[in-house]
Design a binder for this molecule. Structure first.
Ligand code: ADP
Ligand code: ADP
Length: 232
């Protein structure tokens, strides 16, 4: 589903080379919730941007649904990227637009008809529990509600991969819990593949099937949650 084979990413900055990701190997299966944990600067965001093809690897290959993302025509790349959505720590909503418009936005970009958009937006807002907030402006919502809008927007185009970049880090523990419940429901109902990066151990323990631990650009451990985090 998502496969990294010997992936490295080296940034060049004022003649200096910085290896953000070094020789990463991982496979995330369909319907799996896979966590990447590590301190700030460990290379987690770079890893996610490589999965999304926002960055190209310096070496190695990134496969999504069996397609080598580093070796696709622009047209095929667009079609594979349409399978991938992302949610963010600070939600990245259009604050001056309504909830409805935020969720409709990717569908408008995809050129869907007004009636298709209306049906899909209403369905997905119902799914995330925000049906009665459609006409609220994004800046009138709580953090948890904003993340639900972010999730609804991500799901609008029916992707099969959801990338989560510190998606609960700006939320209080109770709200975090409700967002994690929602992510589990998304996995269960849509067989979604979820790759989530976080520095929060509790999040990883709560929701992930498997986890990779990153340090200094390297994946230093990888395995089932139970094996890695259960005391002997
Ligand atoms: P994390 O998400 O775990 O905090 P990042 O992937 O953001 O880690 O960063 C890993 C390393 O790569 C850091 O040392 C960071 O400064 C560096 N880095 C990230 N993006 C860039 C960039 N665009 N240019 C140069 N260096 C970068
Ligand atoms: P804008 O900032 O462009 O007014 P809106 O989110 O208010 O953005 O509306 C975008 C489009 O979606 C408009 O054509 C509007 O008629 C329609 N729309 C907005 N809210 C709803 C809703 N709750 N149900 C159905 N259609 C809606």
């Amino acid at each position: 589903m998502i496969e990294f084979n010997n992936v490295s990413k080296v940034y060049e900055h004022e003649g200096q080379h910085l290896t953000a990701v070094k020789d990463a190997n991982l496979q995330v299966e369909r319907g799996e919730i896979f966590g990447v944990i590590g301190f700030s600067g460990a290379g987690k965001s770079t890893l996610v941007r490589l999965a999304n093809q926002l960055e190209r690897p310096t070496s190695g290959e990134v496969l999504v649904d069996g397609f080598d993302m580093t070796n696709l025509s622009a047209k095929d790349l667009r079609s594979v990227r349409r399978q991938i959505s992302m949610i963010f720590q600070h939600f990245n909503l259009l604050e001056s637009k309504t909830v409805y418009h935020n969720v409709a936005f990717p569908l408008i970009l995809a050129g869907e008809s007004k009636s298709t958009i209306k049906e899909r937006v209403e369905e997905i807002l119902d799914f995330v529990g925000l049906k009665d907030r459609a006409n609220y402006y994004a800046d009138q919502l709580s953090g948890g509600q904003k993340q639900r809008v972010g999730i609804a927007r991500a799901l609008a185009t029916s992707p099969n991969i959801l990338l989560c970049d510190e998606a609960t880090s700006a939320l209080d523990p109770e709200t975090t819990q409700s967002i994690l419940e929602l992510l589990k429901r998304i996995r269960d109902e849509y067989n979604m593949t979820i790759l989530m990066i976080t520095h929060e151990m509790d999040v990883i323990k709560d929701i992930c099937d498997r986890v990779a631990v990153m340090e200094g650009g390297e994946i230093i451990e990888q395995g089932a949650i139970f094996d890695l985090f259960t005391n002997p």
